[in-house]
Design a binder for this molecule. Structure first.
Ligand code: GAP
Length: 455
């Protein structure tokens, strides 16, 4: 995807109510966005289908919805208070901050135990923004956001917003183990907010400061971890192709090098997608060993273990983690589905989103807006479909314009009520991608759409 296309997507997102910059009336708020009416529906559809595939269709998964605020010790135990850092350089002239490891010619390495950055190669000292001189003073910049709890000034406790959503799955391991009758291997799924003080600006939804992660933490015995890790890698890669509709040639695997890999992980791979001109991370899949439960156990004084009734062994479960970003999946869907073509010498823009994910499934039109009998019949069809699907009504402008409006927001089908409808109770149903129309009976519409939604 070129930068030009990215600009078109950003513009469409704003114009058609998918994504708005947060607090825009105050000039916006860097790297923070709201989902608008259309975007909220697309995001909801992504969440719903993830829960359906990961929780509903499996027998070994439990869903939780954890709080954003957690005991601050949890973030000490996880290492985030020390090691969740980026190396930062600030330009003394324009005051812009940059990640030193992303500046031209710079090479840095993070010590995973201490969180400190070692400069291997010092690159350009020219500010990319104002061309001023940079001072090679690399500062540790912690990505965790903080707030405070308590009402009396001076007695407030500093707490953290979740830097990664998964942490309360580890904290809830004990109550889930004790209340749900679980048998290892099993997993816990959660879609939750994460907050990070990201320095890099201007990558639209790809790098935001408030986002949602769709996390799977799969608890297993150490012996099974390697096999299950490979199974989850397959499941997650195929999900992006089969369920989300991304093309295989824009997806790839990238293994973390030993320097990049977090020190306790036995293996780590990213699923990458070609959003712009480059492949970038969409989801991370980690074999996290028993580190998380051991650490949280150590800091809380509780033993987070599991007794296997078959082998009669007691052990701390290993964890396979699959962590994907909702905003990145959303952006990938738009990047993949944005299409332009020439129709009758005019540009047609359409979003070729999988119908199951499209914000609206159907738009209902009366052929013309000034004939009462057509409007009345179209309203009947509208009210018939409304309890079943997210649908839209449109009677403004000519049919061609209405089709274009729906194409641009990815509505897979448009139904038109015309004069023939009044005679034989049939309607035209027009396909977004092929623009072909067929006539079907009103009483068949619901079945027809359900059938096509499952394709
Ligand atoms: N618990 C593991 C974890 O947090 P991560 O690789 O830092 O791992 C997982 O994040 C996923 O969350 C990424 O693959 C990406 O999809 C999403 N993500 C991370 N940082 C993000 C950001 N600043 N903006 C949008 N999505 C982000």
């Amino acid at each position: 995807m070129t930068k030009d296309l990215m600009e078109k997507i950003i513009s469409l997102c704003k114009r058609r109510g998918f994504v708005y910059p947060s607090s825009e009336i105050y000039g916006g708020f860097a790297n923070i966005y709201d989902f608008g009416p259309l975007g909220s529906l697309l995001a909801k559809n992504i969440r719903d289908i993830w829960i359906k595939k990961i929780v509903q269709e499996r027998n070994d998964m439990y869903l939780i919805d954890g709080s954003i605020l957690m005991h601050p010790k949890a973030w000490e135990a996880s290492g985030h208070t020390v090691a969740f850092t980026d190396p930062l350089i600030q330009c003394p002239s324009c005051k812009k901050r940059f990640r030193a490891d992303q500046l031209e010619g710079w090479k840095l390495e993070k010590d995973n135990q201490t969180g400190e950055w070692n400069v291997l190669d010092q690159g350009s000292l020219i500010c990319p923004d104002c061309n001023g001189n940079l001072i090679p003073d690399v500062k540790e910049f912690n990505l965790l956001m903080t707030t405070s709890i308590g009402s009396i000034e001076g007695e407030k406790t500093k707490v953290y917003l979740k830097g990664e959503s998964c942490q309360n799955i580890y904290l809830d391991f004990l109550p889930i183990r004790d209340t749900m009758g679980v048998k290892i291997p099993f997993g816990v799924a959660q879609i939750g907010k994460a907050f990070r003080n990201e320095i890099t600006l201007g990558k639209f939804l790809f790098k935001v400061r408030e986002f949602e992660q769709m996390d799977i933490e799969y608890f297993c015995s150490p012996e099974e971890a390697k096999k299950l890790y490979e199974e989850w890698k397959d499941i997650r890669f195929n999900w992006y192709i089969d369920t989300i509709g991304l093309s295989k040639n824009r997806l790839r695997w990238r293994q973390h090098s030993s320097e990049e890999r977090i020190f306790y992980a036995r293996d780590a791979w990213d699923i990458e997608y070609k959003f712009f001109d480059e492949f970038e991370e969409l989801e991370g899949i980690h074999d996290r060993s028993d580190y998380d439960l051991k650490q949280q156990g150590k800091f809380s004084g509780k033993t987070l273990d599991y007794f296997d009734p078959v082998s009669k062994m007691r052990f701390i479960p290993n964890i396979i983690e699959c962590s994907g970003g909702l905003q990145r999946t959303f952006l990938a869907i738009l990047a993949e589905s944005y299409q332009e073509e020439k129709v009758d010498n005019e540009k047609r823009v359409f979003l070729k989103i999988k119908p199951s994910l499209s914000p609206y499934k159907v738009a209902v039109f009366p052929l013309v807006a000034n004939k009462d009998n057509l409007i009345e019949k179209a309203k009947d069809v509208f009210h018939l479909l409304k309890p079943e699907f997210m649908i839209m009504w449109d009677s403004i402008g000519n049919i061609g314009k209405r089709y274009r409006r729906q194409d641009e927001i990815g509505t897979p089908w448009c139904i038109t009520i015309d004069y023939q409808t009044l005679e034989d109770n049939t309607v035209t149903i027009r396909d977004r991608d092929t623009m072909k129309q067929e006539r079907i009976k009103i009483e068949e519409i619901i079945r027809w759409i359900k059938e096509h939604l499952n394709v």
